[in-house]
Design a protein around this ligand. Structure first.
Ligand SMILES: [Zn+2]
Length: 393
């Protein structure tokens, strides 16, 4: 072990990560209703106290990103540690108050303790430990805590254009492994326009629900026959599902309007425009619809899919850090879900995903993370940061 890693190991106090996580859990930064400002103020204060230059970047009224920079001595590589401050709603059926972190054995419970306040707490504690260790680094360590990842990723999309780095580590649960790819999504809303009539004389109208039904059958056939063939080795296949449908207002009226929301999951390499064109072509290929079904609008999502080459030197650096902490080589994996990595890849920044916990408990009641994983994550983030920022460009 190098001298820097030894000093770092001594500076890390695992209980500090847990303490920060307890504070973060208290802020009800539930999305929708974007109320990340209280979390942002807390993150900004802790990072300023640690010696960072802190900028609050207001993305929407009351919704600031926090960009905290631990400045190096100059000429070194830069790392971005990124994760999000918003959480999904608590939902019903919790065993305890979702916004008060509760410890039972080796686990803590609460909304967001894993997605993504766990990684946020570990990143904050990692930056604090590096600052406290007194290790001199030529490069900068940037903590970018963003708003709105759980909806439209307004935060990651709006980060300053001049924010550059040699590596971005995105904090989402990876179960002790390293993810280098993730799926993306687009959500077109289809509208069928029919003609209303009394339902005792249906031939006088055009039934919008029936038009939509034909459309959905065709789209599901396409998903089954063609999307199942599109496979990515790390993220799995492309998919298409209808997730919301609305039509009809009265039991005795032929409905003149029907709306259906399509959730189309993209794999790395698939582009938004091409995926939309495919849906348009399927609809256009159904003469029975008589031009009455169209894509009306797009519901914003986190973004499209992205990936980093498995043999990229930064992937090797991050793998080595995980191996140092866990004592075994991480698997290179992909997330089936969306995440903010896509917005860093778009800027040309090599990016990886690593975070404490198992993604399968995200967005559920009684969300939990293991204390041992919070400690591992604190050590992994600080180790990667020191490796990146410790070298000259
Ligand atoms: Zn998340």
């Amino acid at each position: 072990m190098t001298e820097a890693h030894k000093r770092l190991d001594e500076a890390i106090r695992p209980e500090r990560t847990t303490q920060i996580l307890g504070e973060l859990t208290r802020f009800q930064s539930v999305n929708p209703n974007g109320t990340e400002s209280a979390v942002a103020a807390y993150v900004a204060k802790v990072m300023r106290d640690a010696g960072c230059e802190v900028e609050l970047q207001v993305v929407e009224p009351g919704r600031p990103n926090v960009i905290a920079r631990l400045k190096g001595t100059g000429g070194g590589r830069t790392i971005i540690l990124n994760t999000h401050m918003d959480v999904v709603p608590a939902g019903e059926g919790w065993s305890s108050d979702p916004f008060t972190m509760v410890q039972k054995g080796d686990r803590v419970y609460g909304r967001g303790v894993m997605d993504a306040k766990g990684p946020l707490a570990a990143m904050m504690a990692a930056v604090e430990a590096i600052a406290a260790s007194g290790i001199e680094l030529p490069g900068d360590i940037v903590l970018a805590a963003v708003v709105d990842e759980e909806a439209a990723s307004l935060g990651a999309r709006s980060l300053p254009a001049d924010l550059r780095a040699d590596l971005a580590v995105v904090g989402e649960a990876t179960n002790g492994n390293l993810a280098i790819a993730h799926r993306g999504s687009i959500r077109p809303v289809l509208v069928a326009e029919g003609v209303s009539a009394h339902s005792s004389t249906p031939h006088l109208g055009v039934n919008a629900v029936s038009l939509m039904a034909r459309t959905l059958v065709a789209l599901e056939d396409f998903a089954e026959q063609q999307l199942t063939e599109r496979l990515h080795p790390l993220t799995g296949q492309s998919t298409l599902s209808v997730t919301i449908i609305q039509g009809g207002i009265k039991e005795s009226m032929i409905p003149d309007r029907c709306e259906a929301l399509i959730d189309r999951r993209l794999i790395p390499g698939e582009e938004e425009a091409a995926a939309l064109r495919e849906i348009e072509q399927i609809i256009a290929g159904l003469p029975a619809l008589d031009g009455r079904v169209q894509i009306d609008r797009l519901i914003p999502t986190t973004g499209v899919a992205s990936e980093t080459r498995p043999d990229h030197p930064m992937v090797e650096l991050a793998s080595a850090a995980i191996e140092r902490v866990y004592g075994r080589k991480p698997e290179l994996t992909g997330l089936t879900a969306n995440c903010d990595m896509t917005h860093f890849v778009k800027r040309g920044i090599p990016s990886v995903i690593y975070g404490p916990g198992d993604f399968s408990v995200a967005h559920k009641v009684d969300e939990w993370v293991a204390l041992s994983e919070l400690e591992n994550a604190t050590r992994v983030y600080s180790s990667i940061a020191v490796e990146v920022a410790g070298s000259f460009r």
